[in-house]
Design a binder for this molecule. Structure first.
Ligand SMILES: [Fe+2]
Length: 199
């Protein structure tokens, strides 16, 4: 099964926030750390699949991170994007719909300059699959070190985020992007506003 533990409901209950809207908290804090968003075994399995896919296909980088292998809507990550949609809406107390998924295998020297994402990334999740070194993710001025399977839920187009140059050899990460059903960026549902489908 692709998605095991329903982390969102567990988190929701553990904080005794039944009836509250986590989206309100997210608006204040800009990000929420999600421990064990997926389990470690699944993270490693997805990393195996995606890294092999990139090696076999000779997948190159994107403009933001040219040294990486980067891919848009890799099928298993699209499934993860869709599988998590309902639980994420429930967790936030706010309906969300999928925009797209993206993934990278970062290599030595890769970094991410401080930036915010486009509005199609209104509600974003960055989930760590596997790496050969720890590599802090900085969001809204705070440093987060993710374990395999852990994720950060953040407001992609509000919370500035970046990474310093990677000193290891390989670090694999998947991104799941959503927009709110009743929000101002809904027209990006299924990434319908995207014009460049080359990647
Ligand atoms: Fe970003």
């Amino acid at each position: 099964m692709l998605c095991g533990t329903d982390y969102f409901n567990k988190y929701y209950n553990s904080l005794n926030l039944q009836g509250k809207k986590m989206y309100n908290l997210l608006k204040r804090t800009k990000y929420i750390y999600l421990n064990e968003f997926i389990n470690k075994e699944l993270a490693y399995s997805l990393a195996d699949d995606f890294e092999s896919f990139c090696t076999t296909g000779g997948i190159g980088g994107d403009s933001q991170c040219p040294k990486s292998s980067a891919f848009y809507n890799y099928a298993p990550f699209l499934q993860l994007l869709c599988d998590k949609n309902g639980a994420l809406s429930e967790f936030l107390g706010e309906g969300v719909v999928p925009t797209y998924s993206f993934a990278r295998v970062y290599k030595n020297g890769c970094d991410l300059k401080p930036h915010v994402d486009a509005t199609r990334c209104e509600i974003s999740i960055t989930c760590h699959l596997r790496g050969d070194e720890e590599w802090p993710f900085y969001v809204n001025g705070e440093e987060k070190v993710l374990k395999p399977g852990d994720a950060v839920l953040y407001l992609g187009n509000e919370a500035e985020h970046w990474r310093k140059p990677y000193t290891g050899e390989k670090y694999t990460q998947v991104f799941l992007h959503y927009v709110r059903t009743n929000g101002p960026h809904f027209s990006n549902v299924f990434d319908l506003n995207r014009h460049d489908f080359s990647n």
